[in-house]
Design a binder for this molecule. Structure first.
Ligand SMILES: [Zn+2]
Length: 244
């Protein structure tokens, strides 16, 4: 079977991440999933959780329970629609998606600020959820006072309401203006040369395929909940967001 490439409709611009509905055609059916020719559903990846929602069609509604990207983008559904279904109208669970967008942009900011404040504490992992998220830093040894400082500085920048933008840029161009380990550029596979860079005002620039808010004012405040040790020099920091 020829492989299907799904056009990712949320990728092209900041505004595209705010679209909630789309039309698409079914390109392939699996035993519990559908592959579409295009989609707004974000597949799990880069620390950000997958979207959920509905695919509306001539026979009714099909629920999207999970979305994964393993070569192809699979919309895992509660039940396959009847075999003659071709066109679908997708509707995102927007509350969940928007919570993920706020969390993801907040993560970029917390990661960048921690790197600057604490001598190059790198982000080596993250897991973002709509309600509470975590970031792993290494090398790091944060005291309670350090975490307080991280929270205060993050909220100071959040209160500025800086714009968040996308820039499509070559790797060499980005390497000239950011520290490669601050933006985890050295961990990107070598063959990737065209980058999608998420820029927060003039305070952060980081390659990312996720969905983000257009302005820091949409995030509210970061509340750091605590830390735990995850091995030598690795600290996990948990946070949640308070609505603006
Ligand atoms: Zn990201």
């Amino acid at each position: 079977m020829a492989d299907v490439t799904t056009e990712l409709l949320y990728l092209g611009s900041m505004d595209a991440a705010y679209r909630k509905e789309f039309d698409a055609s079914i390109a392939r059916r699996g035993e519990n999933y559908l592959v579409l020719d295009k989609t707004l559903f974000y597949p799990e990846g880069g620390g950000q959780e997958h979207d959920t929602g509905i695919l509306r069609h001539a026979h009714g509604d099909t629920k999207v329970l999970r979305v994964e990207k393993k070569g192809i983008v699979k919309h895992i559904v509660d039940a396959l629609p009847p075999a003659d279904t071709v066109h679908v109208h997708g509707l995102l669970d927007w509350d969940r998606r928007f919570a993920n967008m706020r969390m993801h942009t907040a993560q970029h900011l917390v990661s960048g600020i921690a790197y600057d404040l604490f001598g190059g504490a790198r982000t080596v992992g993250n897991q973002l959820h709509p309600d509470r998220s975590r970031i792993d830093f290494r090398p790091a040894k944060f005291s309670d006072a350090d975490l307080h400082q991280l929270e205060t500085e993050t909220n100071r920048i959040l209160a500025k309401g800086l714009p968040v933008d996308l820039k499509f840029e070559s790797r060499t161009s980005l390497e000239r203006r950011v520290k490669p380990d601050r933006a985890n550029l050295d961990l990107l596979p070598k063959h990737i040369n065209e980058l999608r860079v998420v820029e927060i005002g003039d305070v952060d620039a980081c390659p990312c395929g996720g969905t983000h808010v257009r302005n820091l004012g949409e995030i509210g405040k970061v509340r750091i909940l605590g830390k735990s040790s995850k091995g030598a020099e690795t600290v996990r920091v948990e946070y949640e967001l308070a609505a603006p």
